[in-house]
Design a protein around this ligand. Structure first.
Ligand code: NAD
Ligand code: TYD
Length: 337
């Protein structure tokens, strides 16, 4: 089997590539990524010389290039992770979100359709369902869409397009909507890696508003395992909700990190709230559990301890990000390949 993974140089896509190569070493993987600020080929250093792995630098908003790559590579399946992924950035500059998440997804769907109806898995987020009140039932596959940030609106648009290509053109698609991920190689702009790396550097940690917003957390490898199962056994045309069954307020996460790192609560700095900040996300993943036999394997305590340890042991990885040096990796190591 040959997979074309988009966004494989990012946090979750790179985890999926490592996972897949370990579990299916005979398969071929093409990693298609534009290397935006969030793409970092150092995440894949240990496999960059694997003969079954290939990197192609391309922007999914470039329709002709995408069609050319897909018609040359002829993958058996496309696993689509590439996206602008950070809510705060979508508030500062929504345009890139529409270009990559909406137009880019459209270009990939067209290329999949024009090159023999290639199997297409679309990786999406629980944020498309909107914001829950404290006592509302969790999101599931039948929850109406109600996105409220430019990020979630662009992901919702992409989900609709993917489903439309199934109904209209018979493209063999599946979609997954996952809750907040954490783990190794997460870009230090998101809550957990930002707080952990700031604390290692003895810097304050900026908690938005009153810290009472709730997210459901999943260890990234459990997300990769779920996507693997959907690719192998998922029903074409279906959507699967993936979650860690692990709801926590941001304050709880913050105190856990402080506890595990032996730091004082004086490190917390309450800052102005995010505009339109969704109060609560929660996912009911019983469909994927019952139909495909998936369950999250890593507990929050274990996942957090491993993650904090990883950031402590890999200071050079995130310090290069904070200094901007990581952006030279492609020029130094890939340009002449
Ligand atoms: P990320 O920001 O870490 O990585 C995104 C990757 O996509 C980067 O490698 C980047 O270079 C690439 N990319 C961006 N624009 C591109 C373009 N125009 N063309 C080609 N490549 C481009 O994101 P992530 O956290 O790894 O998220 C991956 C996917 O999972 C996204 O689709 C996101 O919506 C979804 N998701 C994320 C979470 C989460 O908690 N991070 C939860 C649920 C779903
Ligand atoms: P984030 O990691 O950006 O993921 P998302 O917005 O996609 O859920 O944020 C997780 C939660 O943490 C969210 O409620 C916003 C909050 N947050 C902070 O309080 N401070 C921060 O510096 C960041 C980045 C996030």
């Amino acid at each position: 089997m040959k997979l074309l993974v988009t966004g494989g140089a990012g946090f979750i896509g790179s985890n999926f590539i490592h996972y897949w190569i370990e579990k299916h070493p005979e398969d071929k993987i093409v990693n298609l990524d534009a290397l935006t600020y969030a793409g970092n080929l150092e995440n894949l250093k240990s496999i960059e010389n694997n003969p079954n792995y290939k990197f192609v630098k391309a922007d999914i908003s470039d329709k002709e290039k995408i069609n050319e790559i897909i018609s040359d590579e002829k993958p058996d399946a496309i696993v689509h992770y590439a996206a602008e992924s950070h809510v705060d950035r979508s508030i500062l500059g929504p345009e890139a979100f529409v270009r990559t998440n909406v137009l880019g997804t459209f270009n990939l769907l067209e290329a999949a359709r024009q090159n023999g109806n290639i199997r297409f898995h679309h990786v999406s987020t629980d944020e498309v369902f909107g914001s829950l009140g404290p006592n509302d039932a969790p999101f599931n596959e039948t929850t109406p869409y109600d996105p409220r940030s430019p990020y979630s609106a662009s992901k919702a648009s992409s989900d609709h397009l993917v489903r439309a290509y199934f109904h209209t053109f018979g493209l063999p698609i599946t979609i997954s909507n996952c809750s907040n991920n954490y783990g190794f190689y997460q870009f230090p702009e998101k809550l957990i890696p930002l707080f952990v790396t700031n604390l290692i550097e003895d810097k304050k940690i900026p908690l938005y508003g009153d810290g009472m917003n709730v997210r459901d957390w999943l260890y990234v490898e459990d997300h990769s395992g779920a996507v693997d199962l959907i690719l192998q056994k998922g029903k074409i045309g279906e959507t699967y909700c993936i979650g860690g069954n692990c709801e926590k307020t941001n304050k709880e996460i913050t105190y856990k990190i402080l506890e595990f790192m032996g730091k004082d609560e004086k490190m917390i700095e309450f800052v102005a709230d995010r505009k339109g900040h969704d109060l609560r996300y929660s996912i009911d993943s019983s469909k994927i559990q019952h139909e495909l036999g998936w369950t999250p394997k890593t507990s929050f305590e274990d996942g957090m301890k491993k993650t904090i340890q990883w950031y402590k042991e890999n200071e050079s990885w995130w310090k290069k990000i904070k200094s901007g040096e990581y952006q030279n990796y492609y020029e130094k190591n890939y340009k002449d390949r």
